[in-house]
Design a protein around this ligand. Structure first.
Ligand code: PA5
Length: 449
């Protein structure tokens, strides 16, 4: 097995090599603070050694639960929002056939999502679809009180019980929630649902390698053992004793902090494969929620190239120079498509005849990188040898570890999200939730409602 590789050469010229080397001590200190539990938010470090602490019994248990859902369901609905669904969707999309939803001879249930929005049309259309399907539910909420998934779970649980009867429905519902608190825990205990615990010390956005991610990924038919193996290897490669020069997480944390200090306020994560779109969505949450606080933090954005070169390309090439890019580059495609020769050559593409489509994609990637660097955009690159479970496991853990180090270098607590509560308080007040009477009065005065 190879390893994913970070290259920062195309950031030099914007920040100096010496300035990055100067991060050695602070990055090492941040890494030590994570491992010694001496930094901010140290009660949320359960993700740090999670990959290497996953044992055989745990994996087998998840695989057995997944097998029950796989045998009995055409569709499995994963209910969750934010960290409670993005990791699973990132991995499942990255590994699935791009036209998975059109396949008729499926070997695995289709995994669909709910509770990640409150759109009535979305829920109506999902309920209509499920009327003719054998379906199961994985309901994920650490707090067990988040409105969006709770609402979706109420609707879909009721539908499943009506379609299957309560006893059968009970076997097709699995929950992942906190050990002791929250409405989902109470419900799961009362109804006797199979339940996995998301430990107190693992925040949602760091939970992809817990049952939150592993169970849906196993249901979709992917090898969670290889995913975990990849993460374990990256846990070692970014370990506390790995020197700064050899530690990709410490290097990434250092270079993005130095770029931020030099006025690069926006990081754009770039991919050249549309199936990586949700890896970017997962990454956006991880970095946005971890670093965007105390009125500081890089704004995490993402694009899918070459698609978005035809929409955002102009801005990136010539807009305000406050951005840098981090490119996820997949070295070897999983399939081969050759450009055919055409005798008439009316489209003028015979210069590509016999080449792989991936070679065209790679030249677009290199050409874009050079053009963007020439246009004043620092570029970092993360190379994945191939798109498979192992390297995705490496990538996910790499980003998590780098995020912890980066947040500490920035001086914030990368494990809390106090700002997420503000909208909830207003929504509850507007909806008249018991306990929010004072807020309701204040909002009425403000909105004259
Ligand atoms: O990262 C986080 O903590 C959040 O994104 C949560 O995962 C999200 O808000 C959902 O919370 P819960 O799992 O408690 O329903």
């Amino acid at each position: 097995m190879q390893n994913i590789k970070l290259t920062i050469d195309h950031a030099y010229g914007f920040v100096s090599k010496t300035s990055i080397e100067n991060y050695k001590d602070i990055a090492n200190q941040a890494n030590r603070a994570l491992h010694e539990g001496t930094g901010k938010g140290s009660d949320f470090l359960g993700w740090l050694n999670l990959p290497s602490s996953i044992d055989e019994a745990h994996l087998t248990d998840i695989e057995n639960t997944a097998a029950i859902l796989r045998e009995n369901c055409e569709v499995v609905v994963v209910i969750g929002i934010g960290g409670s669904y993005l990791g699973a969707k990132a991995v499942i999309d990255a590994l699935s056939n791009s036209f998975d939803w059109l396949q008729t001879n499926r070997k695995s249930p289709a995994v669909v999502y709910a509770g990640q929005n409150i759109s009535e049309d979305y829920l109506y259309e999902l309920q209509e679809l499920l009327k003719t399907k054998k379906f199961g539910i994985i309901s994920i909420s650490k707090s067990g009180t988040t409105t969006e998934p709770a609402l979706a779970f109420r609707l879909l649980r009721t539908q499943l019980e009506q379609q299957q009867g309560k006893a059968d429905a009970q076997k097709l519902i699995v929950t992942v929630t906190d050990k002791a608190r929250g409405a989902l825990r109470t419900l799961a205990v009362q109804e006797g649902y199979k339940t996995y615990v998301l430990e107190d010390d693992i925040g949602g956005r760091y939970s992809v390698l817990s049952p939150v991610g592993l169970l849906p990924i196993a249901v979709a038919g992917f090898d969670i053992r290889k995913l975990v193996q990849g993460a374990v290897s990256m846990e070692q490669l970014c370990g506390v004793n790995i020197p700064f020069e050899d530690n990709p997480a410490a290097q990434y944390a250092a270079v993005r902090n130095e770029l931020y200090k030099s006025g690069r306020k926006i990081e754009i994560l770039v991919n050249y494969h549309p199936k990586l779109h949700f890896v970017s969505e997962w990454w956006k949450q991880l970095y946005g929620e971890s670093e965007g606080k105390d009125h500081v933090g890089i704004f995490p954005a993402a694009v899918d190239f070459t698609t978005d070169l035809h929409s955002m390309g102009q801005w990136i090439q010539e807009g305000e120079r406050t951005i840098f890019e981090t490119v996820i580059s997949v070295q070897e495609s999983n399939h081969t498509v050759l450009v055919p020769k055409d005798a008439a050559n009316l489209d003028g593409l015979n210069f590509l005849a016999g080449k792989r489509v991936d070679e065209v994609n790679k030249m677009a990637e290199l050409g874009t990188l050079l053009a963007h660097v020439d246009g004043g955009v620092p570029n970092l690159k993360i190379e994945l040898p191939q798109l498979n479970e192992y390297y995705l496991g490496q990538l996910l853990y790499f980003f998590e570890k780098a995020c912890g180090i980066s947040g500490y270098i920035l001086g914030v607590n990368p494990f809390d999200q106090p700002g997420v509560e503000a909208y909830k308080k207003n929504m509850f007040a507007l909806l008249g939730k018991p306990g929010f009477e004072e807020e309701t009065k204040a909002i009425r005065l403000r909105t004259k409602n």
